[in-house]
Design a protein around this ligand. Structure first.
Ligand SMILES: [Zn+2]
Length: 741
């Protein structure tokens, strides 16, 4: 389907090379440029699929210059048109050689353009699709000699492209009215097989010469990481590891862009926001400062990047998952344009997918269907443990032959593998038995034997294959279908996108299966705590942190014996864990450790600092010392307000009410303050609310019986009928304040 029709390269066309040198200053054509130009000059319709940076525009600029008449270039990007026209005028000496025609021209300018066109001076005329389809323009164009039409950004024709423009659908009939014989060259930097087929059909170019360059960007490194509640910390950490390098962080919403940019700034990263909601001056200014390397990082919505070309962007981070693999490819494609390093990191959580699905509500059903399909493919991509590069290229209809690209997370850290030959065969049989009419999700239900209404309606619960894979879950079977697609045993129908069809290879596989090995999919939901990332990235390695953690626990035990206090009163486990991540070596840094306030740090901190300092020196640890994420959002009620209120012995019920909290929520805030080492005397309140004997019992429990300060344990031990949770929590606060802090 995607085989390139190789156009014979008939002898070296001297004049082409000369124009290339004289006009553009290049000595050599890039990739297939010369074949493409030859074919167009030979009067053929030509379809060019070439990734950004491949030299697409030259494919129509050069032939336009040496052809008789004017080439009409249709492009949706006004800024890009202007750039090209300026560049062409600079190359040549005649101003009229290239023009833009759009609604921004005044009458005089329009007259000038028309005069140049009629006199034959103009070789390239750039028009927006809206201008081309205007009635009086059509009449005017009919009088001109047109050398050919170029349709740039041709993926705008397809609803399946990431940039659909309805006016693009009307281009073909209008072109036919203007000039019957002029050939067409359609160009796009991105096209999946589905988009490609849409373009070819709409432009009546099914039989035209197709030139498709490889979409492989070998220098880009692809990685998908779990997105946890600590995503911002992980992001800062990544940026700090790449200090001084240029990078783009993409977020889905303007609000997120602002928030992330601000958080990066207060954490010492030179970052600026960019989104369509900023006024033009700020936006242009921020973009320029990024281009001039006055700032390192631009935090942006996807509005950023169109038409800017910074060759040395070293990383692109997706804070939120993109809406389609195509967007992912375009956005990550902005990294490493110069062929140098380009790290592409995506933070993924299924929650984000659900958010995106919510945005679709209210849109036309057909559009929703398309978006949903594209989103499903993105989920597949993220969760799969198949080589990322291979998946991306497969998406663009290209086969990646190598087993291991050595430049993606899945290749560098392969997951556990197992044989799936029989399962794949069963999956293919299921597709066959259901007459190749259903999408992957439905097929998974068939495999696991889910007899829902849809299944029953089409009587699939009666098929021999029904429920054959019920010992595995839906997710597993999704992986099997995905694998079958990548292996080219199945194909997605182009017309009814998403419906699975058997390929010849797949039919052959059913008869003569060969051994297929598959790696386990990622399960990002399980990766909810941050330990995975932190450990993986730690310079010390997992073992090192564990050793330090043990040392700190030992120390805590010693102190607890000496002070005759339970260990958790000294520092709780999360605090020790945080010390093993942040490696504080000064008292000031100690204050910033989770659950460690000034009081606690002063009381117990020093011996811990000593051990950590020694450990850091001995093990040559690179400390992520700026890693403590300073937050810009003020979510909870102010700590100071609570402390002052308690000092004034205000009723906690009133304090809670004045801040719109429940008593439980307020107690939660007080617990946080006390856990971080501040003393709070709430006896005035407890004595009034809690039975005297209860107070005594609970205090005794924490003093003598308790192994942890957990409220749940206390509830179990004491019995919640006699001791309500809220009472235990309040007395625990009393205990920690009096004994611990
Ligand atoms: Zn790979």
């Amino acid at each position: 389907m995607n085989k390139q029709r190789i156009v014979q390269n008939v002898a070296v066309n001297k004049s082409l090379a000369e124009v290339l040198k004289d006009f553009f200053g290049f000595t050599k054509f890039k990739g297939q440029q010369e074949e493409i130009i030859d074919s167009l000059l030979g009067g053929n319709d030509v379809f060019v699929i070439m990734p950004t940076g491949g030299g697409k525009s030259l494919c129509y600029q050069l032939p336009a210059l040496i052809s008789e008449g004017t080439a009409i270039i249709i492009s949706p990007l006004i800024a890009l048109m202007k750039n090209q026209v300026d560049a062409l005028r600079n190359f040549g000496s005649v101003k009229g050689i290239a023009h833009v025609m759009n609604s921004s021209l005044n009458r005089m300018e329009m007259e000038e353009v028309k005069t140049d066109l009629i006199s034959g001076k103009t070789k390239l005329l750039y028009v927006a699709p809206e201008s081309l389809t205007k009635e009086d323009n059509i009449e005017f164009f009919k009088k001109l000699k047109i050398s050919f039409f170029a349709i740039d950004e041709a993926h705008c024709i397809s609803e399946w492209g990431h940039d659909f423009r309805p006016e693009y659908r009307r281009l073909r009939p209008i072109i036919e009215i203007i000039s019957e014989n002029a050939p067409i060259i359609a160009l796009t930097a991105t096209a999946t097989p589905k988009v490609q087929s849409d373009i070819q059909k709409n432009l009546k170019m099914v039989d035209s010469s197709l030139f498709k360059s490889s979409f492989n960007r070998a220098n880009l490194y692809y990685e998908v990481r779990p997105k946890t509640k600590n995503v911002i910390r992980d992001l800062i950490k990544f940026i700090k590891e790449n200090e001084g390098k240029s990078g783009i962080v993409y977020c889905l919403s303007r609000k997120k862009v602002e928030e992330v940019a601000e958080t990066l700034q207060v954490n010492g990263v030179k970052a600026l926001p960019y989104h369509a909601g900023l006024d033009t001056i700020t936006r242009v200014n921020n973009q320029d400062r990024f281009l001039m390397e006055d700032v390192d990082v631009i935090v942006a919505t996807i509005a950023f990047g169109m038409g800017i070309d910074k060759p040395d962007v070293r990383f692109v981070v997706h804070h939120d998952i993109p809406k389609s693999i195509e967007s992912y490819y375009q956005e990550t494609g902005r990294a490493g344009r110069d062929g140098g390093e380009g790290k592409c990191i995506t933070f993924y959580s299924y929650d984000d997918i659900q958010k995106l699905e919510k945005f679709m509500k209210g849109k036309p059903v057909a559009e929703q269907e398309i978006s949903k399909q594209l989103l499903n493919e993105t989920v597949s991509f993220a969760e799969s443990s198949i080589c990322r590069r291979r998946q991306i290229l497969h998406y663009f209809g290209e086969i990646y032959e190598q087993d291991n690209c050595a430049n993606c997370d899945n290749c560098n850290h392969p997951k556990e593998k197992f044989e799936v030959t029989e399962d794949i065969r069963n999956a293919l049989l299921a597709v066959k038995q259901t007459k190749q009419l259903f999408k992957a999700k439905h097929m998974c239900y068939v495999m696991i034997g889910n007899d829902n209404t849809d299944i029953k309606t089409v009587k699939h619960h009666l098929l021999p294959i029904f429920g054959v894979g019920k010992d595995k879950d839906e997710k597993y079977w999704m992986g099997i279908f995905r694998q079958s697609l990548i292996q080219l045993l199945l194909d997605k129908d182009i017309e009814q996108y998403g419906i699975l069809k058997l390929t010849d290879k797949g039919r052959e596989f059913i008869e003569n299966p060969y051994k297929v090995i598959m790696a386990k999919d990622h399960d990002y939901e399980e990766a909810d705590d941050d330990s995975i990332i932190v450990k993986k990235e730690s310079k010390t390695g997992q073992a090192g942190e564990e050793v330090l953690f043990k040392m700190l626990k030992e120390l805590r035990k010693e102190i607890s014996k000496k002070e005759k206090l339970p260990p958790f009163v000294i520092f709780q486990d999360p605090s020790l864990e945080d010390m093993c991540i942040q490696f504080p070596i000064s008292m000031e840094e100690m204050h910033r450790i989770t659950g460690v306030g000034v009081g606690k740090a002063k009381k117990y901190g020093q011996p811990f600092l000593d051990i950590i300092k020694q450990y850091v020196e001995e093990h040559d640890i690179v400390r992520p010392n700026d890693m403590l994420v300073k937050s810009v959002a003020k979510k909870s009620i102010s700590k100071v307000f609570i402390i002052q209120s308690i000092d004034r012995k205000l009723s906690l019920d009133d304090v809670a009410k004045s801040k719109g909290l429940t008593l439980e929520e307020l107690i939660g805030e007080i617990e946080k303050i006390v856990d971080s080492g501040t003393k709070l005397d709430i006896n005035y309140y407890i004595n009034e609310k809690v039975d005297e004997y209860n107070i005594e019992d609970i205090m005794e429990y924490f003093n003598e019986d308790a192994e942890t300060d957990s409220v749940e344990d206390a509830l179990l031990e004491l019995g919640e009928d006699d001791y309500p949770e809220i009472e235990i929590r309040m007395v625990r606060i009393k205990y920690l304040s009096e004994v611990g802090n």
